[in-house]
Design a protein around this ligand. Sequence first.
Ligand code: ADP
Length: 594
Amino acid sequence: MHHKRLIWQLYPSQLLITLAALLAFTWYGTSSIRSSQLNETAASLEARAHLVAGTVLGFLGHDDRAGLEDFCRQAGKASATRLTVIALDGKVLADSDEDPLRMENHNDRPEIIGAFAGKIVPSLRFSQTLQQNLMYVAIPLHNEGKRIGVLRTAIPVTAIDLALSAIYQKIVWGCLVVAVIAALVAWFIARRISKPLEQMRSGAERFARGDFAVRLREEGAEEVAILARALNEMATQLDIRIQTIVRQHSQLQAVFSSMVEGVITVDTEERILDVNQSGAQLLNVDPEKIKGKSILLAVRNTHLQNFVKNSLACASPIEGEFTSRMSADGQEKYFYAHGTRLQDRQGHIAGALIVLNDVTKLRRLESIRRDFVANVSHELKTPITSIEGFAETLLDGALDEPEDARRFVEIIGKQASRLHAIVEDLLALSRVEQEARREEIVLQELPVAEILQSAIQSCSSRVEEEDMTISLVCAEEITARINPALLEQAVVNLLDNAVKYSGKGSEIRVEAEKNANEVLIRISDNGVGIAPQDIPRIFERFYRVDKARSAKLGGTGLGLSIVKHIVAAHHGHITVESSPGKGSIFTINLPGSV
Ligand code: ADP
């Protein structure tokens, strides 16, 4: 829409009013001037008529028509007045400007009719004879009380018209001046009105842009000041509301993005409205790229797609669990999902909210626990079955055969020790796990050499039996934050394995060294070694490369598991280098003291 500037709204009306007033005044003024001029002229014509009336009557008395004509011509010329003498029948007897014979009967002229009736009637009209506007005044001529004719005097009124046109000209100029002054005044008023409005407009624009730092000045005309106050009040309210909205939004956004759960919102068309960081990570997608896309295209998981569909269809919240192979490492993930249909205030369905919980760890732990229970049962079953079998055989009569009985009892005793060993290791494992979880394991800065020496001492009898040697290389000053009892147990387990899986007479080396940020404890042997495919699994509970051999050597399959947990409780880690037939090196990495 086209809007006129304020000055163009004010100026024409102001000019119109001023000009109308001016014209009305001019019309009234000039018509007054004109009528007074005409009255004056009429009075002067009448006076002139009376002046010459006596002389004209003289000529008429002597019936001297030629003398009368001469007189009229001379007197008319001398007084710049047209003189006409008319007989009672309207015939022109003499005229100062024209031959009376050529003039028509003047009976019908209004001033003549008036004079015959004894009245002075001035008449203003165009003279066909002289071809100009004239004013006529006629007086009756009486001789000895008898009316004998009419004397008419006339003068052109061009002078009056000239005077009036000069006045008109001045008025036109005056109007022009007034128009200019009116424009200036209108411009001045428009500026005075528009300046605060302009200030208000720029203020309102600033408010619209969200800049509430400056307020409008509440000054000027009352209406303007009230408007400015209202705008300021509006700005204050807007500012408060916007700040509240922004604060709430950022709080919500912070909650949304810092949630551990993945949150996805979709509209009724199953298009993704928003997804938080965790959600994007769980689904292995770029949050910015999938916004606005259909869930069918954005996330290639039919379980999730169906879950979204069901959430939109179902009035009450739904729950579900599904798997996906969407993680970056291609591992299967387990999700526990909640789906809620979203409704606006009017009760219209706006979309759905899906909350995803990554329960992969939980499910893996559950499966580990299940496997563990199965493994423990399996491990315990073998010695128990064996004990049960031999006990029954003894009862069935073998007791009477002292040699068999002794052999069987020995086997029962061996299996019982095995059970004992398994239970001991299980207890040790669960103790380390529990203490580590509760952070009950006390670590102290202690020399490592002492621990290694006492571990070697513990294994010495078996080492001697096997004709082996253990060498120790460890500087006295090497210290680390350790729990002496636990670390000793870990080293004993590693030494025990080294003894078990090395041939008679071989050499085992125990070395410790300290580098910039860690302490390394290395146990090397020249034993059977471990195949590369087994290395990742040897730290699992009950995992043994060669079950029969391990069992024969009294292994439980828990030794390395215990070592791993002890090292983890020291905030360190363990690594293995091994090649089958050549030997193995187990290295405990402990964080150095700070
Ligand atoms: P085990 O009680 O059977 O020794 P561990 O948990 O201590 O159980 O060890 C797991 C498996 O790792 C063993 O069965 C064995 O096959 C292998 N292993 C451990 N240490 C060594 C080693 N020093 N040399 C060769 N194999 C080893």
